[in-house]
Write a protein that binds this ligand. Structure first.
Ligand SMILES: Nc1ncnc2c1ncn2[C@@H]1O[C@H](COP(=O)(O)OP(=O)(O)OP(=O)(O)O)[C@@H](O)[C@H]1O
Length: 231
């Protein structure tokens, strides 16, 4: 589904991603894990075209993605929930959700009802400004906004950072539903081990800008945790 090969990326003189290889299978839910600063967010930004790569390639269903400017990546079928959410605080919930509508292939004029079934709070808050929502509600809005385009792949960068436990539970339920019942491919950067184990089917461990271990989530051993995740 997504094939990343030999990707190198640098911020000025500092190289962050080193010949990074990563393959994502259709219908999988893959957690990308690793200590702070190993390059997880940088990798997602490269996938979304928000950062240029120096070399290597990124393919989506066999077609080159890395040659497409950022604005063509969502229409190619990638929904992205960035770290820190990045909702538009002065726009209403409805306006935030409508942003993806023009790039839908069917040019739908209405926000799909499914978004409100997944996140009923967004219907209640439809006319409130995004900036007035709680952190957890904003995160639900960011996920809803990414789903409006009906993506083939949903990418989430630490969706539970600073979110209260009951909303973390709800976000987990939604990811599980989308992945297991609807077959949506999910890529999740996640620091919380419990959450990763609950929703992830596979893991990829990163260290120093490379993927150093890949397996089914059930095989994430204490040794690997100690080596690549413990602080
Ligand atoms: N805009 C930037 N300019 C220069 N260096 C950067 C920039 N953004 C990130 N870095 C550096 O790149 C490295 C990787 O950062 P990145 O945010 O991708 O890591 P991460 O694995 O997502 O960590 P975290 O869990 O803290 O978000 C870090 O050393 C970081 O300081």
């Amino acid at each position: 589904m997504i094939d990343i090969s030999k990707v190198n990326q640098r911020y000025g003189g500092t190289q962050i991603l080193w010949d990074l290889d990563l393959a994502i299978k259709p219908g999988s839910c893959t957690c990308i894990m690793g200590r702070n600063g190993v390059g997880k967010t940088t990798l997602l930004k490269c996938l979304m075209g928000l950062l240029p790569i120096e070399s290597g390639e990124i393919l989506l269903e066999g077609e080159a993605l890395h040659t497409k400017p950022a604005q063509f990546r969502a229409p190619a079928g990638i929904g992205y929930v960035p770290q820190g959410r990045d909702i538009f605080p002065t726009l209403t919930v409805e306006e935030n959700l409508r942003i993806g509508l023009p790039i839908r292939k069917d040019k739908a004029k209405q926000i799909p009802e499914k978004i409100f079934e997944l996140f009923p709070v967004l219907k209640e808050m439809l006319h409130r400004r995004g900036g007035d929502l709680s952190g957890g509600q904003q995160q639900q809005l960011a996920i809803g906004r990414a789903l409006v385009i009906e993506p083939k792949v949903l990418i989430l960068d630490e969706p539970n950072e600073g979110i209260q436990p009951n909303i973390v539970q709800q976000i987990g339920d939604v990811i599980l539903k989308l992945n297991q019942e609807e077959g949506l491919t999910v890529i999740l950067v996640e620091q919380k081990l419990g959450f990763a184990r609950r929703v992830g089917k596979e893991f990829r461990l990163m260290e120093k800008g490379r993927v150093v271990a890949s397996d089914q989530m059930a095989n994430l051993s204490e040794d690997l945790i100690k080596q690549y995740l413990a602080v």
